[in-house]
Design a protein around this ligand. Sequence first.
Ligand code: ATP
Length: 408
Amino acid sequence: MENLSVLEKLHNSFDDKLLDSIKIISNCADTFGIRAFIIGGVVRDLLLEKPIYDIDIVVEGNAINFCRYGEENNFFQICRISEEFGTVKIRLKNNLEIDIASTRIEKYPTSGCLPVIEKLGCTLEEDIKRRDFTVNTLALCLNSKNFGTLIDLTGGITDINKKELKILHDKSFIDDPTRIIRALRFKYKLNFNLEKHTQKLCDDYLKNFNNNPICYERIKQVTKLAFSLNSAKLFDEFVFKNIYKLVSTSIRKCSGTKIFEAISTFLPKDNLSNLWLIYLACLINTQDAQKLNLNTKEMQIIVALENLLTQNPNFQNNFEIYNFFKQSPIESIICYISLTNSTAAKCYLTKLKNIKTDLNAKALIQLGYTEGKLIGYTLEKLLEAKLNKKNFSKNDEIQLAKKILLDF
Ligand code: ATP
C-alpha cells in the first residue's frame, strides 16, 4: 500500500479537528524524541475507508512521561492518568480528547482471566504481539519523518484485503476467550470471515470448554457490543457455533430472525440502550445471568421474562392481558413475543399498554368522591371497562363512576 493513498485516506476519514490534533501530537513526539503511532482498529477502519470517530494512539515508551512533557510545553492538557495501565487521556486546545497509551507486554497467568502487564514501555513490535487479530495490529507512524507510513508486522494488510480475521498465535483464544466474541462481532460488522486455522482453534476451544474460569465482566462487555449490532445472523451463529457456552450453561431454543423482527416491530427507536440484552435474555436464565454482573435494570429484564415464561395464562379478556404484562419491562415482553409468538403480548404492546382512563382522581373528587381507597378501586374498574368494552366513552366512565359511588 502506497503512503500517498494512506495519507489520502487519512485526509478523507479524519475531520479537520482530528487532523489538527494528530499533527500537534506528532510535533510533540518529535520534540520529546519518542515514536508515536495511531494503532489498532482505527488503522483497519481507515484502510477500509470506514468513518472514524475515535482514535487510539500509542507511544513507544512511557506515555505518562510523554504527556507530562506535552502539558509542560503547552501542546495539550492532561485530563486523566492511569498509572497502572500507563495510559493518559489528554485534551487538545480544540477540546478534542484523545487516549495515549504506553506500549506494553501482557501475559495471561491464568487462561481466560484478565491479563497482567509484564512490562510498560516496550518496543512497538512487542506491543503488537498482545493484540487479537492481524487486522487489528496495524500502526501508522505519526512522527514527521515517516508521517503516514504503515507498519504491518503480521500480514494485517493482506488479511484486510482477504477480509479475514486471523489470530496471532495458537493459544490466543485460550488466553482470552473474549476474542471469540470479538471475532464474531468483527465478522458481522466488517463482513469478514475467520481464517481457516483460526476457525478451527475457535471451534476446538468451544468444544472443549467446560465452564472453565473466565472473566465474565469482559464477556459481558464484548457480548453487549456484539448483540448491539442487532444482527439475526450473528445471534444464530452465537447459538449454533456454541459461542453461547461462554455466557451460559444451557439456552432456550430461539431464532435470531424472530428476535430481530420483534425488535423492529415493537422496540421504540428512542429506547435502544438495552437492545443487546433482548438477544441475551431470550437465551439465558436468571441463574446464568447472575454471573454476568448485570446492573439492576438489566437483571430485572431477565427476571421478568422468566416470570412470564413460567406462567401459563389463559386470558378471558383484555384486562387480564393488561394485568399479566403491566409490570414487565418492554424488553422482556419483546423477548416473550420472540419466544412464544404470543398474540396477547403483541396486543398489549400495540394497543392495551397505552390505554388510559379519561377520568383521574381529581375528576372523581369533582363527581363527589372523597379521598380514600374508593378512588383507586374506581379507577381500576374504569380501566377494566375501558379495556374490555368497545368504544367506552368518557361519558360512559362518568356514568360508571357515579354508579360505583352510589352503590358504595
Ligand atoms: P471497534 O472500533 O469496532 O471497537 P477496535 O479494534 O478499535 O474495533 P477496541 O476494543 O477499541 O476495538 O480495541 C482497540 C484495539 O485493542 C484492537 O484493535 C486490538 O488491537 C486491541 N484489543 C482490544 N481487545 C483486545 C483483546 N481482547 N485481545 C487483544 N487485543 C485487543
